[in-house]
Design a binder for this molecule. Structure first.
Ligand code: KIV
Length: 274
């Protein structure tokens, strides 16, 4: 007999229905235990390819592989029961054709147990988003500043600062929404444009560095916890865990060196940590 979890996982229609209603709370997550801590408070956990920088110390997301995304995606699904888990498709795993994207997205869905995938790109990816959606794979889109195109963009720059840039970004937003994306991440988009796009499309916009005008927000977990060596200027730190980890390591080292470290008990039982 299987043991049924009492908590129902948030679904794609639940997130769609938040358009114009209660803001959608999203954070990234990369491993089981931190995901377990944030699960009761967030609607969506994105296993972002930012894990290349956050977990592996890479300079960009370009070196992240499908196997890395699948390993971390499975860990996050195992650690959660409520939040909708979305896994990023890494650079090179979906751009070639809708068929290649479908094959790789099926691996992500089957091997992680996540609900949806995220793709970076606007109008040019609309046929792929439609192809996946029609075959049962929900897609979160990601437009504006798209870190996988960093070499083409020439750096992390706010998009839509001048009105001449707006039309193309608005067209991207409309194209991915019409193709069936259930939500659209707006990254690094100037506030008036983010507000305009939010008013134009009928699915929630999730902002990161795109102002409070969006239907929801996402931050990189380690950035908001104060664990990243460098974080974008717009990020508010809700904790200072980096400093706390250094302090704990220093205190531990002091106790070991002073031989005051508590002796191990004879039993190796586990205690519950909140
Ligand atoms: O990879 C990531 O973490 C992301 C978010 C910043 C939206 O794409």
């Amino acid at each position: 007999m299987s043991v049924q979890s009492k908590i129902k996982r948030i679904t794609v229609p639940d997130i769609r229905a938040r358009k114009g209603n209660e803001p959608v709370v999203c954070l990234t997550g990369y491993h089981a235990h931190t995901a377990r801590y944030i699960d009761p408070y967030v609607d969506v956990i994105l296993v972002g390819d930012s894990l290349g920088m956050v977990m592996y110390g890479m300079e960009t997301t370009l070196g992240v592989t499908l196997d890395m995304m699948i390993a971390h995606g499975s860990a996050v699904v195992r650690g959660t029961e409520r939040a909708l888990v979305v896994v990023d498709m890494p650079f090179g795993s979906y751009e070639e054709s809708p068929e290649v994207a479908f094959r790789n997205a099926v691996r992500v869905i089957k091997e992680t147990g996540c609900t949806a995938v995220k793709l970076e790109g606007g109008k040019r990816l609309a046929p792929t988003i439609r192809y996946l959606n029609e075959r049962g794979i929900p897609v979160m889109a990601h437009i504006g500043l798209t870190p996988q195109s960093i070499q083409v963009m020439g750096g992390f720059k706010t998009q839509g600062r001048v009105e001449e840039e707006w039309a193309a970004i608005e067209e991207d937003a409309r194209a991915v929404a019409e193709a069936g994306a259930f939500a659209v991440v707006l990254e690094g988009i100037a506030e008036p444009l983010a507000a305009k796009i939010t008013g134009q499309i009928d699915v929630p916009t999730i902002g990161i560095g795109a102002s409070a005008a969006c239907d929801g927000q996402i931050l990189v977990l380690e950035d908001m916890l104060g664990l990243s060596p460098r974080a974008p200027k717009f990020v508010k730190e809700f904790a200072t865990l980096g400093a706390q980890i250094a302090g704990a390591a220093e205190a531990y080292a002091r106790e070991v060196r002073a031989r005051t470290f508590p002796a191990a008990e004879h039993t190796y039982g586990m205690k519950k940590v909140k």
